[in-house]
Design a protein around this ligand. Sequence first.
Ligand code: 6CS
Length: 342
Amino acid sequence: MFGKKKSLMVLLIAFSLLLVACGNGEDASGAEYNWRLAHEESPDGVQDVYANEFAKRLKEKSDGRINLEIFTFGQIGNPADQVEMLQAGEIDFAIMSPGFTGTIVPEANIFALHFLFTDDIKLNQEILNTSEALNGMLTDKYKENDLYPLSYWTEGAMMWTSNKPLNSVEDFKGFRMRTQDSPLITASYEAYGAAPTPMDWGELYTGLQQGQVDGQENPVFFIDDEGFYEVQDYLTLSKHNMYITTTSTNPEFFEGLPEDIQEIVLETIEEMKAEVYGIQDELNEKGLQNIQETDTEIVELTEEEREAFREAAMPVRDFYVENYGGAEILELLEQEIEEAQQ
Ligand code: 6CS
C-alpha cells in the first residue's frame, strides 16, 4: 500500500515539475519552427548576407529546430507588400526599411531627416543599438501597427548618383530625384527645391536609363550591385543620411513563442548588431572600388558644401515634429546622438 502511495507521489511531483516547466513558457516539446523572412534586396546584398547569417545562427543555437526560409526582393512581392504580409502574419520576419512604413507609422519618418546622425557609421550603429528613443519609444509606435522592430541597423551612408553635378542646393532645382515612397523623404528633397519622384527600385535602372528620373540615393554597395552607375555620370559622396533598416517580426507571432525560443531569437539579434557594421563596411568598400574602375566621376563634397545642405535640411525637422508627431522621440534621439559624440 505504502509502495503504491510513494509511486503516486513520485508521479505527481514529476507531473507538477512538467507543469512548472510549461508554465515558464519553456518549450519542452522539442518542436520544430519553420519561419519565413523576406528582405528587400538581391542575393548577396547587405540584407541577404545579414539574413543568411541570422538564419545560420538560429539553426545552430536551436540544434537545428529553427529553420528560416529567406525570400529575396521580388520573390514574394516588393518591400511595401512585405510590410503588409508581416502585419498580417503571412511572413514571420522581415528586413523592413522605414522608407516603406512612412504612411503606417508617422513617427518612423524620423529616419528620413538628413544630417541627423554623425558622419561616423560605427558610432551611429552604436546609437541605433542602444537608443531608448528608437528601441523604446519608436518601437512602441510600430507595435501599435502590428510591426515589431527587434533591431535598427544601418547599411551605410547614402550617396547621390546623377547625370549632372550635385554640389549645391541650387543644383537640385527641378531635379527629379528617385526616392522610396515615403512622405518625409520626398519633403526632404523638396526642401532643396528638387522634384522627388517615388519609384520602386526594381524599375529604377530603366527609369534612370530612359530619363524618367535624373538621379537616386543609396549606399554604394547597392549602386554597384544594381549597376545604377552604368546609367549615371556622377557619384557624389554626399553622406547626407544613413540607410537605416530594421529586423522586424510580427508582435503577436513573437509573443506567442515559448520563452526559450524567444530568447534564442533575441540573443541572435544582439549578436547580429555587432556583425552588421562589418558586413556593410566590407560590401560598401568593395562597391566603391568597383565603381572607381569605371568612368563614373566620383565627387567628394567639401565641408562647406555639406554645411549648405545641412542648413537647407534643418527646417524639415520642424516639419516632422508638426506633421508626424515625433517631438519627444526626436528630442531624445538628438540628445542621445549628442551624448554619444562626447
Ligand atoms: O532604394 C531602395 O528602395 C532599396 N535600397 C536599399 C539599400 N535596400 C532596399 C531598398 O528597397
